[in-house]
Structure formats: structure tokens, C-alpha cells
Design a protein around this ligand. Structure first.
Ligand code: HEM
Length: 72
């Protein structure tokens, strides 16, 4: 008689390496960094130094970037 596996036998892969919160925050941070890269090249870089809105845009860019760094 050959040994057969029960159809509902569970394979133990061990504990997951990262929890859901870590996995979610990891991908949220990855998305935020990509958004920063895109907005940096498409929004911050093309603005003229003489543009009065540049200070505010770069200021927001720096605050968001530092906040991302805080959670990395
Ligand atoms: C996730 C983090 C960040 C990313 C992905 C990012 C990305 C970028 C990109 C793509 C540019 C445009 C570069 C160019 O001129 O071609 C830029 C510009 C700049 N970034 Fe960031 N940055 C980040 C965080 C920060 C932080 C934390 C600071 C400062 C506290 C900062 C300060 C600046 C400044 C001063 C500029 C130049 C603005 C200008 O005069 O045109 N960045 N960044």
C-alpha cells in the first residue's frame, strides 16, 4: 500500500518573515519615494528660480522627503 497524503494536509512554511503592517508600510514608503522622484523631476526641477511659488514647492518637497526619511 502506498502512503497517501491527506488532501487537507497543511504544509508548514514557518512564520511569515514580515508582518502585514511592515509589508504595508514598506510598499507605502516605496510608493512615496517614487512619487517624490516623479514630482522632483516633473514639478520641482522645471520651476524657474524666479518663480515665487518655488519656495513653497521646494519647502513641501523637503518636508515630505524628511518625513519619508523618518519612517525609513
Ligand atoms: C524621498 C526623498 C527624495 C526624493 C526622491 C527627492 C527627489 C528629488 C528630485 C528628483 C529632484 C529634482 C532634481 C533635479 O533638479 O533634476 C529634487 C530636487 C531637490 N530636492 Fe529632493 N528628494 C527627496 C528628498 C529631499 C529632501 C529630504 C530634501 C531636503 C531636506 C530635498 C531637497 C531638494 C532640493 C533643495 C532640490 C532642488 C530644488 C531646485 O532648486 O530645483 N529633497 N529632489
Amino acid at each position: 500500500m502506498t502512503a497517501r497524503r491527506s488532501p487537507d494536509a497543511h504544509v508548514d512554511y514557518g512564520p511569515p518573515r514580515y508582518g502585514h503592517f511592515r509589508a504595508a508600510s514598506h510598499w507605502m514608503l516605496a510608493g512615496a519615494v517614487i512619487a517624490m522622484l516623479i514630482s522632483g523631476f516633473l514639478l520641482v526641477a522645471p520651476m524657474a528660480e524666479s518663480d515665487p511659488a518655488k519656495v513653497a514647492v521646494v519647502g513641501m518637497h523637503m518636508i515630505i522627503g524628511l518625513t519619508i526619511a523618518l519612517f525609513c
